[in-house]
Design a protein around this ligand. Sequence first.
Ligand SMILES: CC(C)(COP(=O)(O)OP(=O)(O)OC[C@H]1O[C@@H](n2cnc3c(N)ncnc32)[C@H](O)[C@@H]1OP(=O)(O)O)[C@@H](O)C(=O)NCCC(=O)NCCSC(=O)C[C@H](O)C(=O)O
Ligand SMILES: [Mg+2]
Length: 389
Amino acid sequence: MVALPESVDTGAFCPARERYAAGVREETDMSLKSPKAFFAPLAVGAPQPLREIPARPSRAIHFFDPSNPKMVDKIPQMVGTVDVLLGNLEDAVKADKKIDARNGLIEIAKNTDFGPTQLWTRINSLDSPWVLDDLNELIPAIGQKLDVVMVPKVQGPEDIHYIDRILAQLEAKAGITKPILVHAILETARGVAEVEAIALASPRMQGISLGPADLAADRKMKTTRVGGGHPGYLVRQDAPKGADGTADIHAARAIFQQDLWHYTIAKMVDACAAAGIYPYYGPFGDITDVVACEDQFRNAFLLGCVGTWSLHPKQIEIANRVFSPSVEDIKHARRVVAAMGDGTGAVMLDGKMEDDASLKQCLVLVKLAEELAAIDPALKATYDAIEVD
Ligand SMILES: CC(C)(COP(=O)(O)OP(=O)(O)OC[C@H]1O[C@@H](n2cnc3c(N)ncnc32)[C@H](O)[C@@H]1OP(=O)(O)O)[C@@H](O)C(=O)NCCC(=O)NCCSC(=O)C[C@H](O)C(=O)O
Ligand SMILES: [Mg+2]
C-alpha cells in the first residue's frame, strides 16, 4: 500500500489517484521494452488496451468543421447515414476559429446521440499551439463518447508514443472505461519511410489514412491538388514507324494517366495489414468531379483500404457505395464458397480455377458484407436478396 504524499490535493474524486493511492502500480510497465509490456496501460487507472481493433464499418469518415454553424446544423441528420463523423480541429479550420471548433465539438458530442455512427476528431498537429489544449479539454468532456483521435502529420512512432501516454493519463484522470483509439495520417516523407513502425507503435493504433496534400508538399512533388491524379503523370504508347522506318513521334498515340498514389497506398496497406489495423484513402479535393472521386476511391478499395474521407455531403454516398462489396462480387464470392466445400483442392467455375487462395479472397468480401449489413439495413436487404445459382 502506497500512501499519497501530503501535498497531493485530495479534494475532488479522481479514480486514477484513488488507484495510485491503493498501490495499483503493477498494472503498468514503464519499460515499454518487452512484448508483454505492449499491452500494459500507460497510466495507473487507464483502461486496458485492446488486443484486437474492432472491425467497425468506416467507409466514409465525414469531416465537418465544428465552428461552422451551417455544417453543425446538418450533423444530427447525418447520424446513421455515415459510418464516421469527424469533428476536424486542424487544417481547414481558421486559426481564429480553433477554440470555437474545439468547444463546438464538445457541444455537439454532448448533445447528440450518435447511435451506430462513430465519433472521431482530428486534433491539431503536435507542433501547434493548440494540440495540448485539444486533448486536455476534449478527453475529460467527451472522452467516453470519442472513438478515435486522428493525429495529423505523424513523423514516426515517437509521435504515437507521445499521444499514447497523454491519452492514458487523461483517460485515467477522467475515469474513462474504454480506450480511445488513435489514427495516424500519412502526410510526411519520413512518415511514409516509417509507416511500419507507426502502425506497430501502440495497441491504440486503429488505422492510417493517406494525406496526399501535405505529403505532396513535404515531398516537394510538383502538384497543386488535394489528392487525385494529374494529367502530366502519364505513360505514352510507343510511336508507330513512319515511312522512312524511324519512329513517327508526331503520330496520334494513346496516353494513359498513371496513379500518383499507388506506391504510397500499397505501402500503407501492407503496413496496416501486417499490424492488424485499417488503411484508408484520404481527401479528394475536387468536390465537383464525382466521377474521378469514385475512381480514386475504388482504386483504394481494390488495393485493400476499408474507407476514405468525405469532405462534402455528396462524397458520402460515393464512399458508402464504393467501399461496400457489389452485388456481383458477393454473388460470385458465395458461389466460390459453395463450390469449394471444405475449402481444400481446386475446382473450375465459369472456366476459371478456384482454390483456397481465391476462396480466402472471397471470404474477405463475404465477411465485409456481413459487417456492413449489421449496421446498414438497406445493404442487408440487398445482400439478402442475392440468389446464388
Ligand atoms: C469544400 C467546402 C469548403 C465546400 O463548402 P460549400 O461551398 O459551402 O459547399 P456547398 O455550397 O456545396 O454546401 C452545400 C451545403 O452543405 C453544407 N456542407 C458543406 N460541406 C459540409 C460538410 N463537410 N459537412 C456538413 N455540411 C457541409 C454547406 O454548409 C451547405 O449548407 P447550406 O448552405 O445550409 O445548404 C466544404 O464542404 C468544406 O469545408 N468541407 C470540409 C473541408 C475539410 O474538412 N478539409 C480538411 C480535410 S482535407 C485535408 O486536411 C488535407 C489532408 O490533410 C492532406 O494533407 O491531404
Ligand atoms: Mg494534411
